[in-house]
Design a protein around this ligand. Structure first.
Ligand code: HDD
Length: 709
């Protein structure tokens, strides 16, 4: 079957629900044909309007109730359909059908999101990205509801409302939108040092991805895999993007939010429409049960990752997203992910964050989707049949047959009946637990500095610089000095050099000590001394997987290339470059002085993709300028082109130019960067391609500070 046509059982199922109005008459909701939907029913042409107008009332009532409450977190999101394929059977670890049968195509629906912003907030907020995958398996629906960072802010679900209340807009004035750079957030963070690991990831480039298609995904919690014999292995799930992990700079992010607030959503949509299907490989990090206590950190602590040097990631399969939703509301908005949706062969661990999540997600759908029957919404329906005695409720759309709605029964022939485990029934892993009931935190969780320190050590210099800049920006936005000081003390525990640089930028000193005990994550009756974390431990100097500099740099697929042209551009230059770029599946866009058509030097007509006045360089990965005297003379007269080029230079992007186009570059700061390896003047197109595949030339970064754009 051709790549594009790979359909799944879920696609077939959804087909039954699609309304297609093509060629159909307009009707009321009751199926009555309508001849006028522009005028209400009135007593005479000038009114007044009659209460009798059932068509007006139906239309307005429907409109009045179009909105449902947005998600309390992860409100801003984009979704897509696809499928998962297994490379090699994993029976050794799990009996889950999805991991046993390499011939299966398991349908998926994925929703990516930001966390803090509202539904209409811009895509490039500095934030964690949600990475939620719904697997419609033959044995029931499995939701892996993760993020693009491998750890979470807090260790216990009990803290989630506090975390979210601190990062959301402040309650008195509802400011700021989709931003963590404010006092309440850092007040909370600085008092809750378990958050520091996730927080430093948010200060890194991971929080401003180039594309949703170029970020990793993580299940975060340790889960269990259960095999046919009932044996358990701990597992962490990883999604590795085939295009590699790439980000934009903060300056770009700020500008993209203005130039195209839907940048990520559009990018995902367009890549799928163009047949450039986003792909991720799924990996397992497996820890045998016997090794549960082998590490310096607790496997149940969601603020810790397992470095890949300690437990490698084994790739087991691939997910491809190949279809955009038909309707945003029906699918992307109404999809309900539940970490509690689990299937035989996979089970929870005792991670106290995960345990709370199992409750929260079902609960939130009741207010968001309004009914316990939310699983009947087409996007949420499992692909297999469901039968049980749960009944009635708002918006029941099924017609359960028969006299009985209880178990056991004789009147319904004992149905729906129970299944044995051997027949595929779910059963929880029989873990031995011998413990006191206690409201407390495990001492094995009280290490807050070691892993943020490992993360920072593992970064390349340019990444470290971005982290410094991000802390300086975020804390620079806080008004209260004591909050900044407390944060500086915390950062100092992670890395002294980092703390000094941030302190310098803030113009305040790192305090030698802090007044309050540092762990407020415990109860009023606990002994504070028992819960003081020690200094950062160094059980691993660096972990390669944590730096984006150890990445895949072999593809220019889907990269957006701006070609700056005006009438008279050199067709010969352009043709050669276009071929190489399009062979690599890059998206070549002609940016002209106006919309419509321009002519190259052969007199041939070309359709302009965007007029320079409607676009910005931050929306592109690289720039190419073909020669042609007339074209270049005209481009040189428009300052927006110079800004376009200078900005791309500052953002360390690849820039190529041929022949007369060098004159245009000489009017920009590029003239001082002609030795730069990603500036390709009159070189082979292949050199430009290689530079684009490297994503950015970060070596340029420190020299571009003086460029005033
Ligand atoms: Fe959550 C949504 C990811 C902890 C409570 N969460 C939500 C979504 C993602 C995550 C990706 C959006 C799903 C979608 O696209 O519809 N959340 C996480 C991760 C966590 C995490 C990776 C930690 C490892 N979440 C977490 C905790 C709680 C919640 C501890 C509550 C105790 N999360 C929710 C929620 C949401 C949600 C309020 C809002 C909308 C929804 O569930 O369906 O219930």
């Amino acid at each position: 079957m051709a790549k594009k046509e790979k359909l799944t059982k879920k696609t077939d199922q959804l087909e039954n629900f699609i309304d297609d109005a093509q060629g159909q008459p307009l009707t009321s909701r009751q199926g009555v044909k309508i001849n006028d939907t522009n005028n209400s029913l009135k007593a005479g042409p000038r009114g007044s309007t009659l209460l009798e107008d059932f068509l007006l009332r139906e239309k307005i009532t429907s409109f009045d109730h179009e909105r449902i409450p947005e998600r309390i977190v992860h409100a801003r999101g984009s979704g897509a359909h696809g499928y998962f394929e297994l490379y090699e059977n994993q029976k050794k670890y799990t009996k889950a059908g999805i991991f046993n049968d390499t011939k299966r195509i398991t349908p998926v629906f994925v929703r990516f999101s930001t966390v803090a912003g509202s539904k209409g907030s811009p895509d490039l907020a500095r934030d964690v990205r949600g990475f939620a995958v719904k697997f419609y398996t033959e044995e029931g629906t499995w939701d892996l509801v993760g993020n693009n960072m491998p750890i979470f802010f807090i260790q216990d679900a009990m803290k989630f409302p506090d975390l979210i209340h601190s990062v959301k807009p402040e309650p008195n004035n509802e400011i700021p939108q989709a931003a963590s750079a404010h006092d309440t957030f850092y007040d909370f963070i600085s008092l809750t040092p378990e958050t520091l690991h996730n927080q430093i990831w948010v200060m890194s480039d991971r929080a401003i991805p180039r594309s949703l298609r170029m970020m990793e995904g993580f299940g975060i919690h340790t889960y269990r895999l259960i095999n046919e014999k009932g044996e358990s292995h701990f597992v962490k799930f990883h999604w590795k993007p085939v295009l590699g992990v790439h980000s934009v700079t903060w300056d770009e992010a700020v500008k993209i939010n203005g130039a195209d607030a839907d940048f990520h959503r559009r990018d995902l949509w367009e890549a799928i429409e163009a047949g450039q299907y986003p792909e991720w490989e799924l990996g397992f990090q497996i820890v045998p049960d016997a090794d549960e206590h082998k590490y310096e950190f607790d496997l149940l602590d969601p603020t810790k990752l397992i470095p890949e040097e300690m437990v490698p990631v084994t790739i087991v399969g691939k997910m491809t997203l190949n279809r955009n939703p038909e309707n945003f509301f029906a699918e992307t908005e109404q999809v309900a992910f539940l970490p509690g949706n689990i299937i035989p062969g996979i089970d929870f661990s005792n991670d106290p964050l995960l345990q709370g999540r199992i409750f929260s997600y079902r609960d939130t759908q009741l207010s968001r989707l309004g009914s316990p029957n939310f699983h009947q919404i087409p996007i949420n329906q499992p692909i297999g049949q469901t039968h049980n005695n749960q009944r009635d409720g708002h918006m029941q759309t099924r017609i359960p047959k028969g006299q009985t709605a209880y178990f056991p029964n004789t009147l319904g022939g004992g149905c729906p009946h129970l299944s044995k485990i051997a027949e595929g029934a779910f059963s929880s892993y029989e873990e031995r637990i011998d413990a006191k009931k206690i409201r407390s935190r495990s001492e094995s969780f009280i290490d807050f500095f070691s892993q943020p320190a490992l993360f920072y050590r593992s970064l390349a210099d340019w990444e470290k610089q971005h982290v410094t800049d991000a802390y300086s920006f975020e804390l620079g936005k806080c008004k209260h000095k004591h909050i900044k000081e407390r944060m500086l003390w915390m950062i100092d525990q992670i890395n002294g050099d980092l703390a000094k640089k941030v302190a310098n930028n803030l113009g305040i000193n790192i305090p030698e000590s802090i007044e309050q005990p540092i762990n407020q994550a415990i109860g009023a009756d606990s002994k504070v001394e028992d819960f003081q974390p020690g200094k950062a431990k160094n059980y691993l100097e660096k972990s390669a997987a944590l730096s984006q500099s150890n990445n895949k740099f072999n593809s220019i697929a889907t990269r957006q290339i701006a070609v700056l042209v005006a009438d008279g551009f050199a067709m010969n230059d352009f043709e050669q470059m276009q071929k190489v770029l399009e062979d690599g599946n890059a998206m070549v866009k002609l940016i002209g002085p106006h919309g419509g058509i321009i002519k190259c030097d052969t007199g041939m007509e070309h359709k302009i993709d965007a007029a320079i006045s409607t676009t910005e360089s931050v929306l592109f990965d690289a720039i190419y300028i073909p020669g042609g005297k007339k074209s270049i003379d005209s481009l040189m007269k428009n300052g927006k082109y110079l800004k376009f080029i200078n900005e791309a230079l500052k953002h360390c992007k690849a820039i190529a130019a041929d022949n007369e186009a060098e004159n245009l570059l000489d009017k920009t700061y590029v003239k001082d960067f002609k030795d730069d390896k990603a500036i390709c003047i009159n070189t082979k197109p292949k050199d430009f391609v290689n530079a684009i595949a490297k994503h950015r030339n970060w070596d340029r970064m420190e020299k571009t500070d003086s460029i005033p754009v």
